[in-house]
Each structure stands twice: as C-alpha cells, then as structure tokens.
Design a protein around this ligand. Structure first.
Ligand code: SAM
Length: 208
C-alpha cells in the first residue's frame, strides 16, 4: 500500500491508526454531526429510499451512522482498524446497524453492482494519482447503473501541502473515464478560510 515520495505516510493505515488512537481526529477532520452537504443530498432525494449506500474512508463513522438513521442500508469501510473500532462503538451507542469493514478503498469488500450511492469525505484526497484509476474502477464495479458517487475533498490550490493529493476537475476527469462515468463539475463547498486555507470541493459522478 505504501508508495514512494511525499504522500507515503498517508497511504499507510498504521499512520491513521495512530492518529485515531491518540484522539487527533477529534480536533481535526472528525465532526459530531453529519456534513451539511450530505444532509442536503439526502433531503433532495438523491439517495433512493431504503437504498444501499457505501461510505468510503468512513473514519469515526458520523456520516455512516447518520445514513443508517435515515433508513438506508449502510456499509462503511476504512483501512484504519482503529477508526472502525471507534465507529462501531459509536454505532452501538446510537443503536443503529452499519456493516463495518477494515478495508482499502482500492479493494472494496462489496459485491458488484450492489450500491445505489457511494460517498467519500476526505479519503480520495489521500489517494495518489497512480492509484486513482484503481479507486475509480472499484467504484465502477460496485455502483449500479445510475448510482452516484458524491466525492468531497480538498483542493489546496497554491497552499503548500505534503499530505493532500488535490481534488481538481482535471484530476477527476483523468481518474474517472467517460465510458463508465458521467462526470459532474467540481464545485466549491467551503471556500478557504484563515483557519483552513484549503478549498473544500465536491463533485458527483454517475455510473453509466
Ligand atoms: C480525513 S479522514 C476522513 C474520515 C471521515 N470520512 C470523516 O469525514 O470524518 C480520511 C480517512 O480516510 C481513510 N483512508 C485513507 N486512505 C484510505 C484508503 N486507501 N482506503 C481506505 N481508507 C482510507 C483514513 O484512514 C481516514 O479515516
């Protein structure tokens, strides 16, 4: 899994295990409540009622738990076993059922064409350029025709970064081929702010 160069440590599950075990996620990317954009997608009816959804790089599980509370059948994966432990405990406390897997986004433990909606908040932007076609192939394999991936991640623009692989229109178009995907436009969800100078973007990809 580990690759060469700057991004090496973020492709190593043990790096993330340590971050979750130390509680670093609490003050960084983790949120107690689901993101506004995911709630909007659900409220707009873009996920079929009772459909099967997949959270890729689910972390401590906030959004997988929210989707289970909305009545969807949820599978959630993360390659950090520590993240999955925390997420599983939170789901027990919330009294919801989610199928959790410690697994890579590049090798999804999910049957072909079984998923109506995939989403990713902050995982794809840690997938290296050479691995992105494989990520896209896994999404193509598991999504039903007409199923969507809602992908959210950082575009650091000119901000120097060692851990983010930018999510730009060009990166999306290169990873997701037009034979298998209708590719939406990358839109700004959260503009840069003094506390976080990265631009948080989102894009829909629809399985053809
Ligand atoms: C920034 S965190 C976001 C976690 C969660 N989606 C959230 O919004 O709180 C990125 C997550 O992606 C996971 N991750 C990174 N690369 C992965 C890969 N190739 N396969 C599976 N999980 C991965 C990390 O373990 C981490 O939990």
């Amino acid at each position: 899994m580990a690759r060469n160069g700057l991004h090496m440590s973020y492709q190593d599950p043990s790096t993330w295990d340590e971050r979750y075990r130390s509680g670093e996620h609490e003050g960084r990317w983790h949120r107690q409540y689901p993101s506004r954009e995911l709630c909007t997608v659900v409220a707009a009816g873009l996920v079929p009622a009772g459909g099967r959804v997949l959270d890729i790089g689910c972390g401590a599980g906030t959004e997988a738990i929210y989707l289970a509370q909305c009545g969807f059948r949820v599978t959630a994966i993360d390659f950090s076993a520590s993240a999955i432990d925390i997420a599983g405990e939170r789901a027990r406390e919330a009294g919801v059922r989610v199928e959790w897997h410690t697994a890579s986004a590049l090798d999804l433990p999910v049957a072909d064409r079984s998923i109506d909606f995939c989403f990713d908040r902050g995982c794809f932007h840690h997938v290296t350029q050479p691995d992105r076609p494989r990520y896209a192939s896994e999404i193509a394999r598991v999504l039903r025709t007409g199923g969507r991936l809602f992908l959210r991640g950082y575009d650091p623009g000119d901000v120097p970064t060692t851990n983010i692989v930018p999510v730009t229109q060009d990166a999306i178009d290169r990873a997701f081929d037009p034979i298998r995907f209708a590719r939406g436009r990358v839109e700004v969800l959260v503009p840069p702010e003094p506390e976080d100078p990265n631009t948080f973007v989102g894009v829909f990809l629809t399985r053809l």
